[in-house]
Design a protein around this ligand. Sequence first.
Ligand code: GLU
Length: 316
Amino acid sequence: MPQSRTRLAPSPTGALHLGNARTFLLNWILARQRNWHIVLRIEDLDGPRFKEGAAELAIDMFNWLGIDWDEGPYYQRNDLASYHAATSRLARAGKVYPCRCTRKEIQQATLSAPHAEQHELRYPGTCRPQNPQTDETRFINTEGVAWRVCVPAGSTSFVDKFCGKQTHDIGATVGDFLVGTKLALPSYQLAVVVDDAKQNIDQVVRGDDLLSSAPRQMLLYDLLELGPQPSYTHLPLVLGEDGRRLAKRHGDTRVLSYREKGVSAERLLGLLGEWCGLGSREEITIAEFLKTFDLDRMPREPVVFTAADDAWLLGP
Ligand code: GLU
């Protein structure tokens, strides 16, 4: 059996906080426990949210925590040609079509749609042609023109290694999703698939906010004929006390801030360890964490970060 390969794929959109630090740590632990090769990939296509210096900061935080990798870092912006080639291929095969709808138009058309997901609007299919024309490929790489996949009707199923069997109807939830944006950049869904295939990734470990993206990515694997799809392991997120995903609104939970306040990596790992089923919190080295962690004992519910956790980190 060839060695499995996984990736650490931070988006440089802000400093790593306790929630995404935990997900990256778990990805690293699973890889080192199972002898997977680790690729570091910086997902720097995330348009307006991209922050200067955040990639270096993420790398610095990984180093500080003791998270290492075997290959990379690769930066998505350095190889835009591979994404454009994939979009062209889909267009030539009549699997995608150009779309000029504005967000406002989509919002108006979907106002009464029952299935609109919280952050994502279901595309109502306004620009979808009966038969996608392959001569439309001339619009690839043209600003102002987005590209959408003709999503086939019906549900797909797959088995997630942590969440179990998943069944999802892409057409009913998000509809014909984007592969290329109006800025002539690949969408997140396309970029991840092209990169995972190019980098021979067969193990994807990430937060379960991306669980509903997996079927879209699997569909792109099929349409692009990229071979077997990776295995997916989606892990529960860390939430704030209001039940929402940990973010800025819950205060400054950045790893960097704790580090600057004098918190040691071992103390921070101690809190993450309790959240990962290692028993009650106590300072722990990453080597001990690696030895003790057992995915089967990992809590299945999301973890809630409280003021008491913050006080423990900063405590005496
Ligand atoms: N870049 C994404 C993040 O930082 C992860 C994407 C993925 O793992 O597919 O949340």
